[in-house]
Design a protein around this ligand. Structure first.
Ligand SMILES: [Fe+2]
Length: 196
């Protein structure tokens, strides 16, 4: 497969979903108030769109991408001082950060966004072994769209510069993720996305 065409198709698909009025409304809010979250939403959606070019997925592609574009939209409700705090968070602050999942689900529901997009928002921090949040469910209870979101979210985070560290390269990121409770089948497909 020609990677240039693959990247082009993925961008078109993400652009189409991002232009949907309800999605665009949230993205505009994020771009204005949470610039780093906006960039992360776009990156993960594009990564997921590329992944779907090499991963056999018979689900609702636009629903998944809608969820990727809005998976952290609940951060609009998270206090600035907690989101921007360097170093370790207190247990109370960690709970406040984790609330972005339920806040995001509420925001989407109010705008009439449901289906796989809502599932992605609700489950993107779950983990295959039940160590995630908010429900702590294990692999059989995690939707496939959310498993794709989990992998894309972690990969994007590891391959992006953070205040406390430089970005890992794709090989380092995949190696680190191999030891995490994520879908290894989906992780294998990330390796085939050369143009990320
Ligand atoms: Fe999140």
């Amino acid at each position: 497969m020609d990677n240039r065409n693959m990247g082009y198709r993925a961008r078109i698909l993400v652009s189409e979903v991002a232009a949907e009025p309800a999605v665009a409304w949230f993205l505009n809010e994020l771009a204005a108030r949470r610039r780093s979250a906006f960039v992360q939403e776009m990156n993960t959606a594009y990564l997921a769109a590329q992944l779907l070019e090499v991963y056999d997925y018979d689900g609702d592609v636009k629903g998944l991408l809608r969820g990727m574009l809005l998976h952290d939209v609940g951060e609009l409700m998270t206090p600035n001082d907690i989101l921007g705090k360097p170093g370790r968070l207190s247990p109370e602050e960690r709970i406040a950060v984790q609330r972005h999942v339920s806040d995001g689900a509420e925001l989407l529901t109010r705008k009439g966004i449901t289906g796989d997009a809502l599932t992605v928002v609700l489950q993107h921090h779950e983990r295959s072994d039940g160590t995630g949040y908010p429900a702590g469910v294990e692999s059989p209870e995690i939707a496939r769209c959310a498993k794709i979101a989990m992998v894309c979210d972690v990969y994007e985070a590891l391959t992006t510069d953070r205040p406390q560290r430089k970005a890992f390269n794709m090989y380092e990121a995949v190696s680190m993720m191999t030891g995490m409770p994520l879908s290894h089948g989906i992780l294998q497909s990330i390796k085939r996305c050369d143009d990320t």
